[in-house]
Design a protein around this ligand. Structure first.
Ligand code: NAG
Ligand code: NAG
Ligand code: NAG
Ligand code: NAG
Ligand code: NAG
Ligand code: NAG
Ligand code: NAG
Ligand code: NAG
Ligand code: NAG
Length: 420
């Protein structure tokens, strides 16, 4: 998989150089620089109005800033590994202020520039929000992380293997062994427009793993297996303990208190009114570079992500959230609760997913006080990292996603970016 990715990059280099030189005819390369929609319509994309990438190196100030601010994080690999981006949004906040900018294209076909602070899908960074809601509920005495899921959602639990042995802690730290429904439902969404826009209820997402084997027994302390199913179950548990919808809980627990007006826990298929950009997906039909095509996946139904990945947000909101979280502002017990949220679970195999530790919806990225998560939906990839002591918060997103195996991830700019 890794070599395939590499091949695509290499094969595309000649196109990028041509574009840097102002040439728009790219049909001479074996790498297909087109965007496809599900009907097979094809259009050119990528012009050099503002060149940010020349085929080998990300040019300009992004490189400088990213290198300077997060030199010691796994971000350092970002520029070299970057494939051809329709667009990027980057937001970096330090005690000195905020750097924020959009680069490239929000709509690769129409070549609409990516706005600064554009709304994007944050994918699995949604789990940081869910983890925050969970800690709030624990703080309010509504639940304990050592409680079994069966106590809260008995009707759903009966359909889940080993549910009588699965605690909330196991769910939050991906220590259940449960199959990831995303490997079926979300992957299948690449197959057709119908599948991409299909809505599922949370219960249907959970039910879809019926009959799938479990990887290990819940609580096996040497095993970590990232599974979106875990977070859908936590979302259902939160709804049950509060008797409120997850949308309400997000609004009341996080979005309104922090005035995150650019953030939505989104239901359904987004469109131009809910996102400031299209989403695209690199698809390798036969794993050769000539078959690499870019699908327009903007209308992927976020109900397929739900508690595991349905948030749309902006860089500015994300860095505001990160700073408040680090300072304990979202909790009655302040940083004490934030520290509990980071009671990191550690296994050697979680490095494959890019984590050195994993707490309640938040990971540690190979350095103390480097809190991180990543996100991928069908159309967006993002990375979210912050340090409390050094007071920096970073959110970077691209409106392009790709085949996401651990091997590919390990060589992406965000090695801590699990799928979805
Ligand atoms: C781009 O322009 C430079 C300078 O004119 C030239 O040396 C180079 O060959 C050109 N590259 C392509 C791919 O046309
Ligand atoms: C693009 O390049 C190909 C191959 O060199 C050539 O056949 C074609 O006529 C070119 N198209 C345009 C619009 O220049
Ligand atoms: C891209 O830019 C970098 C930095 O200036 C340079 O080292 C590299 O050779 C360039 N690559 C191409 C293909 O022009
Ligand atoms: C980086 O930004 C500074 C200040 O905005 C500007 O002067 C400089 O030319 C930029 N450097 C590059 C490589 O774009
Ligand atoms: C990065 O690492 C260098 C040396 O390894 C250290 O001096 C510096 O303080 C570190 N910076 C951050 C932001 O951690
Ligand atoms: C659409 O999704 C269904 C159910 O997940 C799956 O069986 C089917 O293969 C998918 N269709 C395509 C064309 O991928
Ligand atoms: C944990 O899971 C691994 C892999 O399935 C297995 O080899 C190991 O025996 C398990 N450990 C315990 C304590 O059950
Ligand atoms: C609240 O509780 C009632 C009664 O059990 C139930 O019908 C309803 O679905 C619950 N609402 C939410 C949002 O969980
Ligand atoms: C909330 O944010 C919006 C814009 O993002 C701003 O106009 C408004 O003044 C803010 N409200 C408060 C109470 O800070």
């Amino acid at each position: 998989m890794l070599s395939v990715r590499g091949a695509v990059l290499t094969a595309c280099a000649s196109i990028a150089v041509a574009q840097v030189n102002g040439t728009t005819n790219s049909s001479t390369s074996n790498c297909n620089p087109y965007v496809f929609d599900y009907e097979g319509n094809r259009y050119n994309w990528y012009d050099d109005d503002e060149v940010v990438y020349n085929g080998t190196t990300l040019l300009g100030n992004i490189t400088n800033i990213v290198t300077a601010v997060v030199a010691n994080s796994t971000f350092a690999n970002y520029p070299d590994e970057y494939p051809y981006p329709p667009g990027i949004v980057i937001t970096i906040q330090t005690a000195e202020g905020i750097f924020e900018k959009g680069y490239g294209y929000a709509d690769a076909g129409m070549q609409t520039p990516m706005k600064t602070n554009a709304r994007v899908e944050v994918g699995s960074n949604t789990k940081v929000f869910v983890g925050t809601l969970l800690m709030q509920a624990v703080e309010q005495g509504l639940m304990d992380v050592n409680d079994y899921m069966t106590s809260y959602i008995p009707d759903v639990a009966v359909t889940v293997v080993n549910s009588d042995k699965i605690t909330i802690r196991h769910l939050m730290t991906h220590n259940t062994g449960l199959f990831d429904y995303g490997d079926d439902i979300i992957r299948n969404s690449l197959g057709s427009r119908q599948n991409m826009t299909e809505s599922y209820s949370p219960e249907e997402l959970v039910n879809s793993i019926k009959g799938r084997t479990v990887g290990f027994a819940p609580g096996n302390c040497t095993e970590f297996s990232y599974s979106n199913t875990n977070y859908v179950l936590v979302g259902l548990i939160l709804e049950a303990v509060h008797n409120k919808s997850l949308v309400e809980l997000m609004n009341e627990g996080i979005l309104q208190p922090l005035n995150l007006t650019g953030t939505t826990f989104f239901e359904g298929s987004p469109d131009a009114n809910s996102l400031d950009s299209h989403g695209y997906y690199w698809k390798y039909d036969t794993m050769t570079s000539s078959d690499a095509i870019l699908l327009d996946t903007t209308r992927w139904n976020l109900n397929q992500g739900w508690a595991a990945g349905a948030i749309i947000s902006t860089g500015r909101d994300m860095v505001t959230f990160a700073r408040a979280l680090g300072k304990g502002e979202l909790f009655a017990k302040g940083t004490e609760t934030f520290e509990l949220m980071n009671g990191y679970f550690r296994t050697s195999n979680m490095a494959l997913y890019g984590f050195s530790g994993y707490g309640y919806g938040l990971g540690e990225s190979f350095a103390p006080d480097l809190h991180a998560h990543g996100g991928q939906t069908l159309g967006f990839r993002s990375t979210f990292v912050f340090s409390v002591d050094q007071d920096f918060q970073v959110f970077i997103a691209q409106n392009e996603a790709a085949e996401s195996t651990a091997a590919v991830e390990a060589n992406q700019f965000t090695t801590f970016m699990p799928s979805l």
